[in-house]
Design a protein around this ligand. Structure first.
Ligand code: BTN
Length: 321
């Protein structure tokens, strides 16, 4: 487990950039108007900011703010996170990533926000994204994959996220199709959106939400029994370092053969052989989870021995008889 050990002050290098564009800007001293707006936004979110005569604006000791420089200094990737924008507040980082894509940003472009006002999850559900407490990040991919591999994007991201969390000493498991769990409580979710061209995935945005610093009583009551955070599980980690680890792992995972991605996912998943109920929206199926198909669909074995392949749905664990 890595201790939270930020430097005395975290230099807010990213305050220098205009949050509206993807182009880098000169150091913060050249952009006082942007800085002023950003500082106000940070203060509204409750961050403790001070000005330093030499180094510009800094957060006071102990505050964990997403820091582009800190993320990038340990990146081993070719593309993921090389173009990185850290916003203070936005609706959804997935929307920002799509806007970057439309602006011609490079594959691997990554966008984070301290706070999402309209974070979204799978099936249009809201995603609780309070300021400063989670890693809310979206990554733009141009995977050159055929459509039948679309499901592998989420599964591959899950392998990377769960591996990163585990590397900080926390035992976590994957739940089909897009959850990361600790003690069967959701710590992270993945939302993949894609734009297709004929039979190919032209672009995909992988949105990842990880609960990092929340205490249990800061979750809305309806989430308290089903959600958790790394902090609740005894893990203190800087979000910038967590993101760095995820990006490094994600690039490695997406270079693997599909069969290997599936195998890694299955090894990290929970619930094999257990009875589950799967709700697809129109139908409900009951059976044992037995494996994934080569496109990442879930195969259930029913009580009569027949198999049913599920392409999308919510899995609920049934108590073992
Ligand atoms: C889910 O479990 O349903 C998926 C949750 C995905 C949440 C992340 S947070 C960053 C990105 N921006 C969003 O609006 N959603 C994803």
């Amino acid at each position: 487990m890595e201790a939270l050990s930020p430097p005395d002050f975290v230099l807010l290098e990213w305050l220098a950039r205009d949050p509206g564009t993807f182009r880098d800007r000169p150091p913060s001293v050249d952009a006082p108007a942007v800085q002023g707006r950003s500082l106000e936004a940070l203060a509204r979110l409750g961050y403790d900011v001070e000005s330093h005569p030499v180094n510009g604006f800094r957060l006071r000791h102990g505050v964990d703010a997403m820091d582009r420089q800190r993320v990038q200094e340990g990146l081993r990737t070719e593309s993921l996170g090389r173009f990185l924008v850290c916003h203070i507040q936005t609706g959804s980082t997935n929307d920002l990533a799509w806007a970057l894509a439309a602006d011609g940003a490079p594959a691997g472009a990554t966008v984070t926000a301290e706070h999402q006002t309209a974070g979204r999850g799978r099936l249009g559900r809201p995603w609780f994204s309070p300021p400063g407490s989670g890693l809310w990040v979206s990554v733009l991919l141009r995977p050159e994959w055929t459509l039948d591999r679309a499901g592998l994007v989420t599964l591959g991201a899950g392998v990377a996220v769960s591996g990163a969390i585990a590397s900080f000493g926390v035992e976590c498991r994957l739940k089909w199709p897009n959850d990361v769990q600790i003690r069967r409580h959701k710590v992270a979710g993945i939302l993949t959106e894609s734009r297709t061209e004929s039979n190919r995935i032209a672009e995909a945005v992988v949105g990842i939400g990880i609960n990092v610093h929340q205490e249990i009583d800061t979750f809305p009551p309806e989430l308290r029994d089903i959600a958790t955070s790394l902090c609740i599980e005894g893990c203190r980690v800087e979000r910038s370092i967590l993101l760095q680890e995820i990006l490094n792992r994600m690039e490695d995972v997406f270079a693997l053969e599909p069969a290997t991605i599936l195998k890694r996912w299955e090894e990290r998943a929970t619930g094999w052989g257990e009875p589950v109920r799967v709700e697809t929206g129109d139908e409900t199926f009951i059976g044992k989870m037995v494996r994934l198909t080569e496109t990442g669909a879930l195969v259930l074995e029913r009580s009569d021995g027949s198999e049913r392949t599920i392409h999308a749905g919510d899995v609920h664990r049934l108590r073992k008889a």
